[in-house]
Design a protein around this ligand. Sequence first.
Ligand SMILES: *[C@@H]1O[C@H](CO)[C@@H](O)[C@H](O)[C@H]1NC(C)=O
Ligand SMILES: *[C@@H]1O[C@H](CO)[C@@H](O)[C@H](O)[C@H]1NC(C)=O
Ligand SMILES: *[C@@H]1O[C@H](CO)[C@@H](O)[C@H](O)[C@H]1NC(C)=O
Ligand SMILES: *[C@@H]1O[C@H](CO)[C@@H](O)[C@H](O)[C@H]1NC(C)=O
Ligand SMILES: *[C@@H]1O[C@H](CO)[C@@H](O)[C@H](O)[C@H]1NC(C)=O
Ligand SMILES: *[C@@H]1O[C@H](CO)[C@@H](O)[C@H](O)[C@H]1NC(C)=O
Ligand SMILES: *[C@@H]1O[C@H](CO)[C@@H](O)[C@H](O)[C@H]1NC(C)=O
Ligand SMILES: *[C@@H]1O[C@H](CO)[C@@H](O)[C@H](O)[C@H]1NC(C)=O
Ligand SMILES: *[C@@H]1O[C@H](CO)[C@@H](O)[C@H](O)[C@H]1NC(C)=O
Length: 711
Amino acid sequence: MILKHYFIILLFINNVSSKSKFTLDEFFNYTTFTSLTVAPDDGQSILIQTLHRIWDRNINEEHLYLHTLSDNNKKLITTQGSSFKPKWKGDLIALILTSNSTNRAKKVKTSDEVQYIHIYSISTDQLVPLMIGKESIHTFIWSTTSMSIYFATRTPWSEEDEETYKNEWKDVIQYREQYRGDTIYRADLENMTLTRIVPLVNISYRVNELICSPDGKQLIYSTKPASSNLERIHDYELFLLDLTNPSLSNPLKLTNNSAIEENLKWSIDGLVFFTVTGKGSVDSEYEDSQGRLYHINISNYRIERWANQFKGQVNDYILLEGGRQGVVILGQLSTETQLYKQQSFSSELIKQNGWNGTYENIATASSGNSSTIVFIHSSYEQPQEVYFINNIDQLNIALPVTSENKLFTKRNLPKGKSYRWINKDDKMEIEGILLYPPDKFEEKNLPLFVLIHGGPYEADTNSFRLDWYYCAAMMATEGWLVLQPNYRGSTGYGDEFLRSIRYQIVSRPAKDILYGVDALIHDGIADYTKLTIGGYSYGAYLTNWIITQTTRFNAALSGAGASEHVADWGLTDIPLASIYMFGGFPWQVPHLYQQEAAIFQIDKVRTPTHIVVPGSDIRVATSENYILERALNSLDILTKLIVLPDEPHLLGNNPWHEKIKLREEIRWLQKYGHICVSACNETFNSASHHTYIQIHTFTFFLLVLLAYFKN
Ligand SMILES: *[C@@H]1O[C@H](CO)[C@@H](O)[C@H](O)[C@H]1NC(C)=O
Ligand SMILES: *[C@@H]1O[C@H](CO)[C@@H](O)[C@H](O)[C@H]1NC(C)=O
Ligand SMILES: *[C@@H]1O[C@H](CO)[C@@H](O)[C@H](O)[C@H]1NC(C)=O
Ligand SMILES: *[C@@H]1O[C@H](CO)[C@@H](O)[C@H](O)[C@H]1NC(C)=O
Ligand SMILES: *[C@@H]1O[C@H](CO)[C@@H](O)[C@H](O)[C@H]1NC(C)=O
Ligand SMILES: *[C@@H]1O[C@H](CO)[C@@H](O)[C@H](O)[C@H]1NC(C)=O
Ligand SMILES: *[C@@H]1O[C@H](CO)[C@@H](O)[C@H](O)[C@H]1NC(C)=O
Ligand SMILES: *[C@@H]1O[C@H](CO)[C@@H](O)[C@H](O)[C@H]1NC(C)=O
Ligand SMILES: *[C@@H]1O[C@H](CO)[C@@H](O)[C@H](O)[C@H]1NC(C)=O
């Protein structure tokens, strides 16, 4: 008898980790890697840019390190932030530094502030600024030598032009006319000193990316509109500038398609690679697909697609030995992001034998017969670190370069696994990730938090990322079983899966999610009296909608979401996304804009809802959040809205705001998540849903009748 008890106690102790859970402060002590660059000449060192949030001092601490792989030596180059990936040529590294980032929001550029490119010399350890003028740099690239750099800025105004404008308009802004195109320049250097700046061409667009051909004779740039607003897809094309031609004023247009070309790389044999990630199509009318890789042959403008048999999304790629050995892609399929190699665009795509989880930020450089490949890897219980290999076939013996997040290997972490269910309306299988509270892996009857990713063209994968947006691990550590559903619209499940939210942008994915909650209740995994939900951006569009469709959730978290779509289209910087999703402008398909909007059904909400507004959001207009708050407040539904001043859609200016967002959301779930609102016994199915609407429609008519007779 005693022995038996002893045995049980032992089992119990064995099951419970001796490690402590991480705290909210530790959660925000996570380091992310914002860029990796391999030494172009010998591949023996890498540049690593890190970002670490010091929330109590309002500082985004950004470091640029030079790591030597042979002796694992680490040298700090700068603590100033850099908004661009550093560009490396020989002994020199070109950087654009943002001034010291104590609250970057305060650092809005004034019109006479001088702009610099900084050049760092590895051999002399000098960092010198090159003054380039008053306009901010949109992009830059080395020529084939370290003698010149090409860069693009907005075409500067002459003092006369400025004077004329001031006389005629003073401070009045002409909305559309205020934007103007770019000038591409060449800056010549001698001994790290700027000798001259030569304007090459003025264009009516803004330059998005710039690359130089391996022989140094041509430049290719991609464009976007001067306003940066995604209104017309034909503003986004590739152009070629022949540097050997003395009259540069006529760039050659290389593409004429309905896609946004990004992530340009020039192969040694004259192909220009690019990706299109959920932003139109290169070979048909505008249509979104998962991330794809293409090349264009600039001799005949032919475009070929790589990895075209891959069912998932191409997230990123590298050219192996300048393209001679083909490409390696980072491919996300289901909840894994793995490396795949392809020798030529027509050959087979071969999965490389690596570790389970998520690979990110791949980079390479090769010289002679050696190459170095670096990347970030993480999985459910492995924090992100940088690793390297010398050969793509050695993926499973990659060596770590960093140990920035070692703290988390000493903490008792949530364990994750994939979970699948069926949307009973159309029998589609949906997958999500379940993240269990520490020590509760695969336990039953747990309180549930459904965390809906944004995008919608994203996916939750087997990875480890900690921040205000990727907050699943924090919520699990707070005791919630976290379901992260890869609803219709997510990447990694085929193009049809991604596209099937068109015309049903919230109603269809909402069903995917709600059937997932049903399945968890049915399987005894989630406690149906303790259901909560939340999401950010598109995840909040869905949250706002879902709380109008069911009262089963005790608490909801909504961040930077929309509750209607006309102002959403009219105020966002990417209106084309609305047009594509609904198949027309608001005046062409008004019923769809209305049908898929939470605001017109908001009176069905009973769930206490916490709302976060980034104060300077132009992706999802801040007004959308105030509309939601006013509606819930008018209906006496518990709600609280907090504003994060000066923050853009994806925050990042002041880490204090990120911490407060999460602190308040945790509190909201703690406070209301365990209290059953009104429908604890309601399980989602179309029958009960239907009745609910009928009753409410009936009540509505009664009220209208009453009002009528009163008058
Ligand atoms: C963050 O981590 C660093 C080093 O890992 C440690 O020195 C510091 O005390 C940590 N801060 C918090 C708030 O945990
Ligand atoms: C930026 O801040 C760091 C540390 O706070 C300091 O050492 C450095 O001199 C500052 N740089 C500039 C340009 O102010
Ligand atoms: C560059 O600097 C080095 C050392 O300061 C000097 O010897 C050399 O002449 C300089 N070259 C030019 C072109 O100015
Ligand atoms: C580009 O625009 C600037 C400013 O308007 C003008 O001074 C310059 O002559 C233009 N350059 C070319 C090559 O057209
Ligand atoms: C570009 O494509 C559009 C239709 O997609 C077509 O109307 C136009 O003529 C094309 N322009 C050129 C220069 O080929
Ligand atoms: C690019 O096109 C040219 C002209 O059709 C062709 O000769 C060349 O082989 C192509 N290059 C590659 C790498 O396919
Ligand atoms: C990796 O994932 C596969 C399928 O998801 C699984 O069968 C395998 O056991 C996993 N391997 C490791 C080492 O976890
Ligand atoms: C490159 O190849 C040459 C000749 O095949 C060989 O001598 C040399 O050691 C190789 N270098 C590396 C880094 O593998
Ligand atoms: C749920 O059902 C149980 C038993 O069927 C009942 O006792 C309870 O009052 C119901 N709760 C609510 C909130 O309707």
